[in-house]
Design a protein around this ligand. Structure first.
Ligand code: CA
Length: 235
C-alpha cells in the first residue's frame, strides 16, 4: 500500500504556494499545488487526499465555498489560510468545518508543524481508541470515566468529565465555545457559551491548572479552548 500522505495545497499567491509546497515536500508529503478554487475542488473530487491547505481568497471559487463543498462529502482535515484575523473570520472558518487556521503572514514552519499534527490526529482517529490514556501526570480511564492527577483520583461532574474527554481526545485541536457547548452540553444555544467558560474554570481548578501558565487547558483568544498534552520534546 502506498503510505505517502497526499496534500492538496490551494493558494493563488505564487510565492506563498511555492514556499509552502517546498516545506511540505521536505516532510515527505506528496503535494498537489493549485491556484484556483474551482480547479482545486475538481482535483479533490478526482483523487484521494489526506489533507487540504486552503487559502480563503481565491479566484474561481472562494475558499469558504471550496471548504463547504468538500465538507459535504469528506471529513478530510482542512487547514485554512486567512488574510485577516478578526474573531468573526476565525470562527467562521472553524464553523465551516475547517480543523485549523493560520493567519497571514504565517511561518511556513508553523504550517508544516500543524499539518503534521493534523495528519497524526487523522491517523489516531482511524485507530480504535484506547481505554486508558495519560498526559504527563494526568491519567484518564475512558471506559470507566475516571480521572487521576498525580495519582489522586479527581471527582469531576459529568460536564467537567465530558469537557476534559472532548478536549483531550485530540490534543492541539482548537475547539470553539459553541462546539464545546454542542459536544459537552448537547445543545446549541448561544447563551450557553458562557456555561462552557465556567465548566472550564471549575475543571482547571480541579486539575490545578493555572490559566496564565496552563499545563493542560489553553485559552485560544477569541475562539475557545485547546488541550495540550505536557510532553517533553515533541514539537
Ligand atoms: Ca489568496
Amino acid at each position: 500500500m502506498d503510505s505517502t500522505r497526499r496534500v492538496l495545497l490551494v493558494e493563488d499567491e505564487r510565492q506563498t504556494r511555492d514556499v509552502v509546497e517546498a516545506y511540505l515536500e521536505r516532510d515527505g508529503l506528496w503535494v498537489t499545488a493549485i491556484g484556483d478554487g474551482l480547479k482545486a475542488f475538481e482535483a479533490f473530487g478526482a483523487s484521494r487526499y489526506d489533507l487540504v491547505v486552503l487559502d480563503l481568497n481565491l479566484p474561481g471559487m472562494s475558499g469558504e465555498e471550496v471548504c463547504r463543498r468538500v465538507r459535504d462529502h469528506s471529513d478530510v482535515p482542512i487547514i485554512m489560510l486567512t488574510a485577516k484575523g478578526t474573531e468573526e473570520e476565525r470562527i467562521a472558518g472553524l464553523d465551516l468545518g475547517a480543523d485549523d487556521y493560520l493567519v497571514k503572514p504565517f511561518s511556513p514552519r508553523e504550517l508544516a508543524a500543524r499539518v503534521r499534527a493534523l495528519l497524526r490526529r487523522a491517523r489516531a482517529e482511524s485507530e480504535p481508541q484506547r481505554s486508558r490514556v495519560s498526559f504527563g501526570t494526568l491519567e484518564m480511564d475512558l471506559a470507566g470515566h475516571r480521572v487521576w492527577l498525580d495519582g489522586e483520583e479527581l471527582v469531576l461532574t459529568a460536564s467537567e468529565y465530558k469537557l476534559l474527554a472532548t478536549l483531550s481526545r485530540f490534543p492541539g485541536r482548537v475547539y470553539s465555545r459553541m462546539e464545546l457547548v454542542e459536544k459537552v452540553l448537547g445543545y446549541d444555544f448561544e447563551g450557553y457559551e458562557r456555561a462552557i467558560d465556567s465548566h472550564v474554570k471549575n475543571l482547571r481548578a480541579k486539575l490545578d491548572d493555572d490559566p496564565r501558565e496552563p499545563r493542560f487547558i489553553h485559552t485560544v483568544f477569541g475562539v475557545g479552548y485547546r488541550f495540550d498534552a505536557p510532553t517533553d520534546g515533541e514539537e
